[in-house]
Design a protein around this ligand. Structure first.
Ligand SMILES: [Mn+2]
Length: 392
């Protein structure tokens, strides 16, 4: 039984509860979408009996039509208006931090494209995003190909702008090198508050440099140098296999990050793993940032990624962990990284990323974190340009 349900529902099936939950949802967002479609897209030809259909596709339907923003959310060309929305999707098409298979610069496009397959409603969760929150797509950060450091500066500035506006940032990577500048962007608006990072991955990503640069194997070394993001609050879920650099393992040991392998998670059970993650990430912090590397899931389900590794989490294990964490923690942002469409098969990796994002939004709604009535107290109105301190 999940939180907040009435005892009389104890013996019902999830499906029965889902049928009931759907009756609680409005159709207001859908009706507004239809009206807008008929106004901007013109009424349909006379032979069309369903008069909610317009001549030009202007909303969810048909799923194969339209301009591919994420979930066909409005594209916000003027990013100064991002704070008018509950959630902002932003692409970070950067793959210059990749050390093996490139292609994650096409990740945002790939995720947006397959997101057109989804409706805004989830059956079991009883959430309809169109009815319950406002979502926008601000497009992509202007990254500089071949230059990690300049791209990092662009990414931090962009993420700080969105985070400071009060819109919940959801970042479409990009390789995992972006984890450092995204967290740095969040930290610019934290003042003296602190963030715990919950990191889903097969790889530790904690070494200082790789191939002489700050590559996608390095984000957490640098993010946890920021005083607002202590290493003791870094939780790393799903780590293991033959691609974990020993230099990174030493850093995890030295900084006492909190690692669970796939075996740890399955042996202790998913709920205990969630408790472990929350306890460590929230110890002395004010919010949690989720960094979801799609390769935390077994390579058989996510072929379109930079460093696929067999033996990872099953999709429903990963989605369960994510859902429980989001329901129980004050989440300040989400990034989904390492989706590489050129290596993908039938969009399945990009679809998994879409699922992670939509589930996160739904659990934010269920837990009352979205829509926001006001900006969370951990968002400081003024940006601090540099908050980096030396690792002690
Ligand atoms: Mn990884």
């Amino acid at each position: 039984m999940t939180q907040g349900e009435r005892p009389s529902e104890q013996n019902s099936t999830e499906a029965q509860r889902a049928l009931e939950k759907e009756t609680q949802l409005s159709f207001t967002g859908w009706q507004q979408e239809v009206s807008r479609g008929l106004e901007f897209g013109l009424e349909a030809a006379e032979s069309i009996r369903d008069r909610t259909i317009s001549t030009f596709s202007r909303g969810e339907l048909p799923h194969y039509a339209g301009i591919n923003t994420f979930l066909k959310a409005p594209y916000i060309e003027d990013v100064r208006k991002v704070g008018e929305y509950d959630v902002a999707i932003v692409g970070v098409p950067h793959d210059s931090g990749t050390t093996y298979r490139p292609g994650t610069r096409f990740g945002p496009q790939g995720i947006r494209r397959i997101s057109a397959l989804y409706t805004p409603y989830n059956f079991e969760l009883g959430v309809d995003l169109r009815e319950q929150i406002t979502l926008c797509d601000v497009g992509d950060v202007f990254t500089i190909p071949g230059n990690n450091e300049k791209s990092f500066d662009q990414i931090s500035k962009g993420i700080a702008h969105i985070f400071g506006s009060g819109a919940f940032p959801i970042i479409l990577g990009g390789d995992h090198s972006i984890g450092f500048p995204t967290v740095r962007g969040v930290c610019r608006h934290l003042g003296d508050k602190k963030v715990g990072i919950i990191h889903f991955d097969r790889h530790v990503d904690t070494q200082e440099t790789d191939l002489d640069e700050r590559m996608h194997t390095c984000p957490w070394f640098h993010a946890t140098n920021i005083k607002n993001a202590p290493a003791k609050n870094l939780v790393q879920l799903g780590i293991g296999g033959w691609q974990v650099p020993r230099a990174g393992v030493k850093v995890c040991r030295d900084r006492a990050t909190n690692i669970l392998t796939v075996t740890d998670i399955t042996e202790m059970g998913l709920d205990t793993a969630v408790e472990f993650a929350l306890e460590r990430a929230l110890d002395g912090t004010d919010c949690v940032y989720i960094s979801f590397d799609i390769d935390c899931i077994d390579a058989g389900f996510v072929p379109g990624t930079g460093w696929p590794e067999p033996g990872g989490l099953l999709p429903r294990e990963a989605l369960y962990l994510l859902g429980k964490i989001v329901q129980k923690a004050p989440v300040c942002g989400l990034e989904v990284v390492e989706v590489s469409p050129p290596y993908d098969v039938s969009d399945m990796t990009a679809l998994m990323a879409t699922r992670v994002i939509c589930d996160t939004m739904a659990h934010l709604v269920i837990s009352g974190q979205l829509p926001r009535k006001e900006k969370p107290a951990y968002i400081h109105p003024e940006a601090t340009p540099e908050v980096i301190s030396e690792w002690q």
